[in-house]
Design a binder for this molecule. Structure first.
Ligand SMILES: Nc1ncnc2c1ncn2[C@@H]1O[C@H](COP(=O)(O)OP(=O)(O)OP(=O)(O)O)[C@@H](O)[C@H]1O
Ligand SMILES: [Mg+2]
Length: 544
């Protein structure tokens, strides 16, 4: 859990920005080098000017040099930090896009088993990995250079005092090692609690209308409060670990300052050390300890980043729905066969379909019938390769559909599903979704050919009616007609309609049934419907 080498897996995300990254690193290195002469010069001012010449001219020269160093250091620091802020944002966004893209490629057998809010939270976790690329974290690596140079200079100035500083530095590192492991465990618990809470929030927001209707506020709030309590508990634990860790570091730092003051004080009293050298030494030791503290903090806080990376790759490494050997479906769908297909949604769940077999040829018009829960919608999902048969096989033009690229298959199959989901945007956006090379005029031409102008003109803003997720600006029946137009526009070989007239009024039913009956679609037509009235033109019936 939280292994260091997992950070190496972030390389592909950094690679596109390697030029910028290298420049940023150079800037950090330059910044570290520019910080080195400061303490030495301050020590010299003290000994040579304040306790020596007392010359204003000499003081001004020293001040000018120190100020120059500070100004150049400031400019380098701003430029470098800005570069890293950019890298951080770019990398995090690339990660989020990669996760989102992967999530959309994952098989439904996985996706239907996890809460949507949970997946959303996992995508958000990318920002925690991004902390690795923040300027403060990256600059920590470069404080090592600064600290090493400071140590060398200290040994040159006084080896005894240098030993005190160097001897205590590992104590800080050891303190952080043990805290790091505990923090990683705490962070994992915290991430998991956040993801589960997110899932609960998502469910409540999604089902808010039903919660109101069913008076379901109290049980949902109870569940929410339980999840919040778990998150608070893990957050407090994590926060406490962080506070103790920082406290321990402060303790060791203070002890060292005291020790330096004591040893340097003795040396000064015996005339073996100057006040200026003490000042120089104190500043260098501050540099060494701030570097040790940064590294310890980094080690501790990088553990959650390692963990976040592991969780990121847990998702990215999952098998996508298409196997590596899936190939293109180049020709139109002429025939499909269900060969003794059985299916269950999960290993522990009962069989939904048991040995279903049928064949349908191009141009056939079929009514698929069966009782509620008999598996009709499941058959459509299997046809669309959203799920794979548990046993038996489905062939398209004689080829096992598992070997075909699912995107190709879906491009050739149009669907009006039982529960229609309209996306944020206009009605037109929804109709054009996924359609290649189709425009508004194609949609308008189709609507006019179908005789649906009056129906669409009744929508609040016609084709430009806005669909929002929070308020449905179209009714269930209207959505069904919109989905039918979308399906008819797609020039597909197969059309699957799942209960297309279940929610529509007489006028809309006549529109839907009428356009199918009049042959507006000439490919393979499969309709699932409990109602058979008006569907007599579907000559072939398949019962499951
Ligand atoms: N994602 C899922 N996970 C687990 N079980 C599921 C899932 N989807 C459907 N089922 C189960 O599979 C069975 C068949 O469902 P399906 O939706 O295919 O039935 P249907 O014939 O279309 O019913 P209806 O006529 O009511 O639309 C049902 O028992 C249902 O509970
Ligand atoms: Mg169904």
């Amino acid at each position: 859990m939280g292994k260091w080498r997992s950070l190496l897996r972030l390389m592909p995300f950094v690679r596109p920005y390697r030029g910028r990254f290298a420049l940023g690193c150079l800037g950090l290195l330059a910044g570290s080098l520019l910080a080195l002469p400061g303490p030495l010069l301050i020590g010299q001012v003290t000994d040579r000017v304040f306790l020596g010449s007392r010359s204003l001219e000499q003081l001004l020269v020293y001040l000018a040099v120190i100020a120059g160093l500070y100004i150049v250091g400031y400019a380098v620091s701003i430029a470098t930090q800005t570069a890293f802020v950019r890298i951080n944002n770019l990398v995090v966004n690339d990660m989020r896009t990669a996760v989102m893209s992967k999530v959309m490629d994952l098989p439904m057998s996985y996706l239907s088993g996890v809460e949507k809010g949970y997946v959303q939270a996992r995508i958000q976790e990318c920002s925690s990995i991004g902390t690795l690329f923040t300027p403060s974290v990256i600059s920590t690596f470069f404080t090592v250079v600064q600290a090493t140079m400071a140590i060398v200079t200290m040994f040159v100035l006084n080896w005894m005092l240098a030993l005190v500083v160097v001897g205590l530095a590992p104590v800080v590192l050891l303190t952080s090692r043990s805290s790091g492991r505990a923090l990683a465990a705490g962070a994992k618990e915290n991430m998991e609690s956040t993801a589960t809470l997110n899932a609960a929030c998502f469910e409540i927001v999604n089902g808010i209308e039903d919660i109101k209707i069913l008076n379901g506020k109290a049980p949902h709030l109870k569940l929410f409060a339980e999840k919040i309590a778990r998150l608070v508990e893990s957050g407090v634990k994590l926060g406490r670990m962080g506070v103790v860790f920082m406290g321990n570091i402060l303790l060791v730092n203070n002890a060292t300052s005291l020790l330096i003051l004591f040893v340097a004080g003795l040396l000064i009293l015996h005339g073996q050390f100057t006040v200026g050298l003490f000042l120089t030494f104190s500043q260098y030791s501050t540099q060494v300890f701030s570097s040790t503290t940064s590294i310890s903090t980094l080690i501790t806080f990088l553990k959650p980043v390692c963990l976040g990376t592991e969780r990121l790759y847990e998702l990215l490494d999952m098998a996508a729905e298409d196997g590596p050997g899936a190939h293109e479906l180049t020709e139109p769908i002429r025939r499909l066969d269900f060969e003794d297909v059985s299916f269950r949604y999960g290993d522990e769940l009962p069989l939904v379909l048991g040995g279903v077999s049928f064949s349908i040829d191009a141009g056939e018009r079929v009514l698929l019938q069966g009782a509620n829960g008999s598996g009709k919608t499941t058959i459509l999902k299997l046809l669309l390769a959203l799920y794979r048969p548990t046993s038996g096989r489905i062939t398209i033009n004689g080829e096992d559909s598992c070997n075909l690229r699912s995107a190709d298959l879906r491009r050739r199959i149009a669907v009006v599903s039982q529960s229609i989901f309209l996306f944020h945007g206009t009605v037109l956006d929804n109709i054009l979704l996924g359609q290649q090379g189709k425009t508004r005029s194609d949609v308008e031409a189709l609507i006019s050919r179908l005789g649906m102008e009056r129906f669409f003109s009744r929508l609040a803003d016609g084709l430009d009616t806005e669909i929002t997720q929070s308020s449905s600006s179209v009714s269930g029946g209207q959505a069904q007609v919109i989905a039918l137009v979308r399906a008819l526009l797609s020039d597909s070989d197969v059309m699957l309609l799942d209960e297309p007239v279940a929610n529509v009024d007489a006028e809309a039913r006549d529109l839907v049934v009428g356009c199918l009956e009049r042959g507006q679609f000439n490919g393979m037509l499969i309709v699932i419907s409990h109602q058979t009235e008006g569907l007599e033109f579907l000559r072939r019936r398949i019962r499951i």
